[in-house]
Write a new protein. Structure first.
Length: 94
């Protein structure tokens, strides 16, 4: 699945109003009937991203899963929130 926030050019803290505004702007730009920028595949992805983020349950589930994966390391190892790269605190000490 393509990240719906990325598809709409938004950050993960976007409000419903920002999501709607981004959707309207991009939909007008990429609608297949609008001329030179018309791109039906891009328009469809934009529409799907907006529909996904407009559903509070789908949005909540996506946000929770994305957050969980941020702190999950490779092979299921947890990363410490204070050290998201999983590196030793003493990496540069001699």
């Amino acid at each position: 699945m393509i990240d719906p926030y990325y598809e709409l050019g938004l950050g993960y803290t976007a409000t419903p109003q920002e999501i709607k505004k981004a959707y309207r702007s991009l939909a007008m730009q990429y609608h297949p009937d609008t001329g030179s920028d018309g791109d039906s595949a891009r328009f469809l992805r934009i529409k799907q991203a907006y529909e996904f983020l407009s559903d509070p349950i789908k949005k909540r589930d996506f946000d929770n899963e994305r957050e969980k994966n941020l702190w999950q390391g490779r092979n299921g190892h947890k990363r410490h929130p204070q050290n998201p790269f999983g590196m030793s605190d003493n990496l540069f000490s001699s």
